[in-house]
Design a protein around this ligand. Structure first.
Ligand code: GLA
Length: 533
């Protein structure tokens, strides 16, 4: 990461035009390619009162302090929940004579700064809300930030705010990118690190917020508001799960806050909700009043195995592996090479849902371990991954390849002159990925030590954002594969997949070279894993 958080910079880009022509474009100044505030490297976790209180009077200082206390006393802080956030209706309907927002004295008799101090004293972080419009969303709401961006950002920073949710109501038809960029800049100008949550609901465009949000915010709502029922919740999941290519460290898709514990869904449905949010790398903002919920709610919210799927530092949102008749398989690549897989039953009857380790990109081994992240049962399989899943239920597994696997990053390999180590497409492991020249013969070459001679599976993690295959010949110690290995399009440069093949390696030093056989060059290469079969 650059040492600068928010700087603009002059951008010189070589643009490859569709016709194969190249043009050098210099524009100035341009925002950095991602909102480089160093925040939300994993999806934010915390609390927001909206789903449980809306604007009712029980949204007040006692409640917010109570939640902060429970975060500590019930181990939620230890499980990773950090942000304690206020939603709409915390302020009075009028600004004061200085033009500042005024905390509602009935709800917050000691103001917001003292509440933020309290939350901070617990080792937690504090968040607030306003709208990119003239007024917030609720009829009992308060004046929004449109045209007041810097004053409001300054006020929030002076109170110690660490997170801002910026809503979309009463926006007067002003262009969304313009409104949300204005607040980004205002937050930047305060000098305080503030997670910036764009709440535009995926409403306007094209371009849609997921297409322009990366340099603007740390997360963006992809849907309208969630309600505490199955149909609403699964609808949000369905809309959000096709957007994997847009998510990554510092810039997340947000299918809205959690309803777990609010009482409108069954425990099975709430486990599905939590499982799908986790596998989709969604923010985990608890939306129930933890002072009143039952133990089942804590059991769901504190499932650290499931939280680890959400918080996995590689930051790749799951993609849909298969979907048929309401039986949906989601797969997510994890930082250590394991996969998370969700077998999700959207129908009203029990069904068997299955996939394979190979379909998850984990092929090439004779044995895999499956850990059920809800029942905690562990079993092994030769590759089939299948379960009987109740109506509206989800079975969530962590899948590991048996045997030993060693990873060799592409950026640490040797490669054709002209190759660059890039990081502009998220989801890569290590420090970046190798981007070779678009030419036949472009290669990346790894040196791999083996203790013993024998068969090994080579796993190449790659992205190909074109729709044209980028085949490569794979040579182990100078002996090329009989045919070129296919590296077909992955759908986007930020969608990574694996290709594998089995070779014989010798004891000692082995040289593995992947060489492009067509004029597109190699796909972007993230790493090579060498696994015992
Ligand atoms: C909008 C947002 C909700 C909530 C309400 C508050 O509907 O999408 O998440 O913040 O406003 O009024």
């Amino acid at each position: 990461m650059s040492g600068r958080w928010w700087g603009t910079r002059f951008v010189t880009a070589v643009v490859v035009l569709a016709a194969g022509l190249t043009a050098v474009v210099t524009s100035s100044p341009e925002p950095a390619v991602a909102l480089d505030n160093g925040l939300a490297r994993t999806p934010p976790m915390g609390f927001n009162n909206w789903n449980t209180t809306h604007c009712r009077a029980d949204f007040n200082e006692a409640m917010v302090k109570g939640i902060a206390d429970i975060f500590v006393s019930r181990g939620l802080k230890d499980a990773g929940y950090q942000y304690v956030n206020l939603d709409d209706c915390w302020a009075l309907p009028q600004r004061n004579s200085q033009g500042n927002l005024v905390p509602d004295p009935a709800r917050f008799p000691n103001g917001i700064k003292s509440l933020a101090d309290y939350v901070h004293s617990k080792g937690l972080k504090f968040g607030i809300y306003t709208s990119a419009g003239t007024k917030t969303c609720n009829t009992a709401g308060f004046p929004g930030g449109l045209g007041h961006e810097q004053d409001d950002a300054n006020l929030f920073a002076s109170w110690g705010v660490d997170y801002l949710k910026y809503d979309n109501c009463n926006n007067q038809g002003v262009d969304a990118q313009k409104r949300y960029t204005a607040m980004r800049d205002a937050l930047r100008n305060t000098g305080r690190p503030i997670v910036y949550s764009i709440c535009e609901w995926g409403r306007t465009g094209p371009p849609r917020v997921w297409e322009w949000g990366k340099p603007v915010g740390n997360l963006w709502r992809t849907t309208g508001d969630i309600s505490d029922n199955w149909t609403s919740m699964i609808g949000k999941a369905q809309a959000n799960r096709v957007l994997a290519q847009y998510a990554g460290p510092g810039h997340w898709n947000d299918p809205d806050m959690l309803e777990v514990g609010n009482g409108g869904m069954t425990p099975t449905e709430y486990r599905t909700h939590f499982s799908l949010w986790a596998i989709m790398s969604a923010p985990l903002l608890i939306g129930s009043d933890l002072r009143k919920v039952n133990e089942d709610t804590f059991t769901i919210l504190k499932n650290t195995d499931v939280i680890a799927i959400d918080q996995d530092k590689l930051g790749r949102q799951a993609t849909v592996i298969s979907s048929s008749g309401g039986l949906v398989v989601y797969g997510k690549v994890l930082a250590n090479g394991d996969r998370a897989v969700a077998l999700s039953n959207e129908t009203t009857s029990t069904a068997t849902i299955g996939t394979t380790a190979a379909a998850l990109g984990l092929g090439g081994s004779s044995s895999y371990t499956l850990k059920d992240l809800w029942s905690k049962a562990i079993r092994t399989t030769t590759g089939s991954i299948s379960a009987s899943v109740p109506a509206h239920g989800t079975v969530l597994y962590r899948v590991s390849r048996a045997g030993t696997t060693t990873r060799h990053e592409a950026e640490a390999a040797t490669f054709t002159t002209g190759t660059t180590v890039d990081k502009d497409h998220s989801g890569f492991s290590g420090l970046g990925f190798a981007n070779t020249p678009n030419a036949v013969g472009s290669y990346v070459q790894w040196t791999v030590e083996r203790a013993e001679a024998g068969r090994a599976t080579l796993v190449f993690d790659y992205a190909n954002g074109t729709s044209t295959d980028r085949p490569m010949t794979i040579a182990a110690n100078g002996t090329p594969s009989a045919t070129a290995k296919s590296f077909p399009g992955t759908g986007a440069w930020s969608l990574w997949r694996t290709a594998h093949l089995t070779v014989d390696l010798k004891a000692g030093t082995n040289v593995i070279r992947a060489t492009a056989t067509n004029s597109g060059g190699a796909p972007n290469l993230d790493y090579l894993e060498v696994a015992t079969p």
